[in-house]
Design a protein around this ligand. Structure first.
Ligand SMILES: Cc1ncc(COP(=O)(O)O)c(C=O)c1O
Length: 339
């Protein structure tokens, strides 16, 4: 029996979708990461019960941190983006977490850097607050060790390919790092939106998708580019097609980054039948009912979609591109230099 709902939600399920495709399904992915991070900070004396933990979040990290603070008796302050919806807002309030949302900007991609500016202001006003820095502090890798153990145990001994959207980079980076300790041939495929600096697609505009938890307009310390073998970039319509097909064909109701990862994983799995291809489904579909699932009639069939192979970032093009990243260093615009 679990001691707290953090443990329950922090434990994903593995679903065999057939054809070598496996869905790693989270109800809300960052609960595992935030809980382990907070536990580590308490154990090392970096924070104490009663302290205030603070971070910026577009949604699922806020929920994870609020649950972790609830469990360990800490206060939680979130600087949220405009994507924090009513369901989460109300839960945060009842859980005792405080939320401030940055005002909407014309271009949603700038929400991220605005939120960081606001965090810096808050730190000047409250030097005692602990900034979790989910995008930069590798403490956020720790919670995925148990997930990697679960994958290794349930899927052993097939060679694995892990596919997942890259936001902070913690989930895919940690899963590959921990799985490679046992199986160095584990492949890692990152999924990106267009318009993101992380893997250099910032010159290709697609402003709708950058707020869905993957991609970034600023460099992140937690993205270790040298872990990724392949990167795919998908536009909104392709991700929508993936989300709708994941529900229609496999009855898995998951979000937009999950749909993008599923579409990519299907494509990779068909070309590597000797491998198990595990894709990360980070959250459920509820947040995306109006923007994605209500548009199911216009969703393309996955069979009709495929990536353009590119060897140079200047050739990236919508709706879908794929590049052998080859564990290369970050592009200049994604180099993280702040402490
Ligand atoms: C819905 C969703 N999918 C994927 C990710 C990417 O996870 P990570 O930050 O571990 O790279 C996030 C991160 O916020 C997310 O919210």
């Amino acid at each position: 029996m679990d001691d707290h709902v953090c443990e329950t939600i922090g434990r994903p399920d593995l679903i065999d979708l057939g054809g070598g495709l496996v869905c790693l399904r989270f109800e809300s992915m960052k609960v595992a990461s935030a809980t382990a991070a907070v536990r580590h900070l308490l154990e090392t004396g970096a924070v104490e019960p009663g302290d205030t933990l603070m971070d910026s979040s577009s949604g699922i990290y806020a929920y994870g941190l609020a649950l972790a603070c609830h469990r360990y008796g800490l206060r939680c302050h979130i600087v949220g983006s405009t994507t924090v919806d009513e369901g989460l807002r109300v839960q945060l309030a009842v859980l005792g977490a405080t939320l401030e949302q940055v005002p909407p900007s014309d271009s949603l991609r700038f929400d991220q850097s605005r939120r960081v500016r606001r965090i810096r202001e808050l730190l000047r006003e409250h030097p005692d607050y602990h900034w979790m820095r989910q995008y930069h502090d590798s403490v956020h890798y720790l919670g995925y060790r148990a997930v990697a153990d679960q994958i290794a145990k349930e899927l052993d001994p097939a060679p694995l390919t892990v596919v997942g959207g890259v936001g902070s980079g913690a989930s895919t980076g940690a899963l590959a790092t921990y799985l490679r300790e046992r199986a160095p041939d584990t492949a890692l495929v990152g999924v990106q939106p267009f318009g993101s600096v992380t893997f250099g697609s910032d010159a290709v505009a697609d402003r709708d998708i950058i707020i869905a938890g993957i991609g970034s307009s600023i460099p992140f310390g937690n993205v270790d580019h040298t872990l990724y073998d392949v990167v795919h970039w998908l536009g909104f319509e392709a991700a929508l097609a993936g989300s709708v097909d994941l529900l229609r064909r496999h009855a898995v109701f998951a979000g937009l980054s999950s749909g993008a990862a599923y579409l990519v994983a299907r494509w990779e799995a068909e070309r590597s039948p000797e491998r198990r291809t595990v894709f990360v489904a980070a959250d459920t579909g509820h947040r995306y009912v109006d923007t994605v699932f209500a548009r199911h009639a216009e969703a393309a069939a996955p069979e009709d979609l495929g990536p353009a192979a590119v060897t140079d970032l200047s050739r990236l093009a919508r709706p879908w591109s794929r590049m052998e990243w080859g564990r290369a260093a970050p592009p200049p615009q994604a180099v993280h230099t702040e402490g």
